[in-house]
Design a protein around this ligand. Structure first.
Ligand code: DX5
Ligand code: ZN
Length: 252
């Protein structure tokens, strides 16, 4: 098929130089900029410190249950939000491919729309009840809706969202557990891509996590046409060498 789109994951860039990092990627030929939006949760380590602090502990027990604390968050990391998207939008016209690793994506539609996000990809695991309303809202803010799924989620779970009248335009197949860059690609996720491509010949299928010179070919030949790559690009001695003349990612 056609050369897949390349979306450098800005999570792996130097956040203190976000605008120039973005420009550098676009100059190399990147098609989209992948923006990982996460809502973070208290790690076990901080729980230990919380336990040491009686004041905080009683606050936690009285205000909210410990459990709901965990459930308000999707991943154990805190990255960027609408204000950063808004600042970056002033620097570039590029397609900002936002990946929402948050528990309540609907709360982010309005602010991200205002900030100038282009794509809004939410997780199917947290939108079981309200995905129709969510997609509607994303479209009303002139963003492109997408749905993502974690490695443990069966591919069938996204079918209704693609088949519905108010459909998503992209499915993001996570090839690592969401939360952090620099993890190892899970080759067994390629089957999901293959099944999805067979069922939906024209759908945008994005893969995210552990993509680089040695794994891109596997994902692309299975049918992925949008490739997210963070540490493989930003960690390269010369990021420019990751891209071919026409902006395609070079494979090894
Ligand atoms: C992981 C994020 C990815 C991440 C990919 O939760 O969704 O976008 O930045 O990073 P690499 O390419 O390093 O696996
Ligand atoms: Zn991502």
């Amino acid at each position: 098929g056609a050369t897949p789109k390349i979306a450098p994951s800005m999570l792996a860039s130097d956040f203190a130089n976000l605008a120039s990092e973005a420009k550098r990627m676009l100059d190399f030929g990147a098609d989209w900029l992948h923006m990982d939006i996460m809502d973070g949760y208290v790690s076990l380590l901080s729980w230990t410190s919380l336990l040491k602090d009686f004041a905080s502990l009683s606050f936690y027990f009285f205000s909210t249950s410990c459990f709901s604390h965990f459930h308000r968050h999707f991943v154990p990391n805190l990255t960027i939000g609408a204000p950063v998207i808004e600042s970056l939008r002033k620097q570039t016209k590029a397609f900002l491919d936002c990946h929402l690793m948050v528990t309540n994506p609907i709360d982010y539609v309005e602010p991200l729309g205002k900030a100038g996000a282009s794509g809004f990809t939410f997780h199917v695991e947290v939108s079981k009840e309200n995905w129709q309303e969510l997609i509607q809202k994303i479209k009303s803010k002139a963003m492109r809706p997408g749905v993502a799924l974690k490695p443990g989620t069966p591919i069938e779970e996204v079918y209704p969202l693609v088949d519905s009248e108010n459909l998503v335009e992209m499915v993001l197949v996570m090839t690592v557990e969401p939360g952090f860059g620099g993890q190892k690609f899970m080759p067994e996720m390629v089957d999901k891509v293959r099944v999805l491509r067979k069922k939906y010949p024209a759908l945008d299928i994005e893969v995210d996590g552990g993509l680089g010179p040695s794994t891109i070919e596997m994902a692309a030949s299975a049918g992925a046409n949008c490739i997210v790559a963070g540490s493989s690009i930003f960690g390269a001695a010369d990021a420019k060498l990751c891209f071919g003349k026409s902006g395609e990612m070079l494979t090894s």
